[in-house]
Design a protein around this ligand. Structure first.
Ligand SMILES: [Zn+2]
Length: 142
């Protein structure tokens, strides 16, 4: 048996699940420890002492790289995105809103879908309108 090493610790279960999804997407086996202590209310209850994300010893370095490097990439990507045009007033002050966190978590748990792919709703600061972010603008791979 390979020993499991704790590579990250989270106070909220969904954060641990995010990390797990991210690592699994890279083919790394992931285990979440201490989650069972939270009972059925884990969605609402911050964990006491934290949720540990563990990977087999051989995967520790790769997993840490993904959790740090990938995250920075995502932030950079968001920062460099061009402003979106509001379809209602034509303004360029739209900001991203992530909806109800609980709904995001439930979707994640029930569908098993990585959160990155969930809808991103934009809200216009000028007129208050909300609209879906167009998908085609962000990723056009030829
Ligand atoms: Zn607007």
């Amino acid at each position: 048996m390979t020993e499991l090493i704790t590579i990250a610790r989270y106070s909220m279960p969904y954060e641990a699940h995010l990390a797990k999804a991210r690592l699994e997407a890279e083919g790394i086996p992931v285990f979440i420890a201490d989650e069972h202590l939270l009972s059925i209310n884990w969605l609402y209850t911050p964990a006491v002492g934290g949720i540990k994300v563990k990977v087999p010893e051989d995967w520790v370095d790769a997993a840490k790289d993904i959790l740090t490097t990938d995250h920075q990439d995502e932030i950079a990507e968001i920062d460099t995105e061009p402003p979106l045009t509001c379809p209602h007033c034509g303004g360029h002050n739209a900001t991203m809103v992530l909806g109800d966190p609980l709904m995001l978590i439930l979707t994640f748990v029930l569908l098993g879908a990585p959160l990155f792919f969930l809808r991103e709703t934009m809200k216009c600061r000028d007129c208050g309108a909300t609209f879906k972010r167009p998908k085609s603008e962000t990723k056009e791979e030829s």
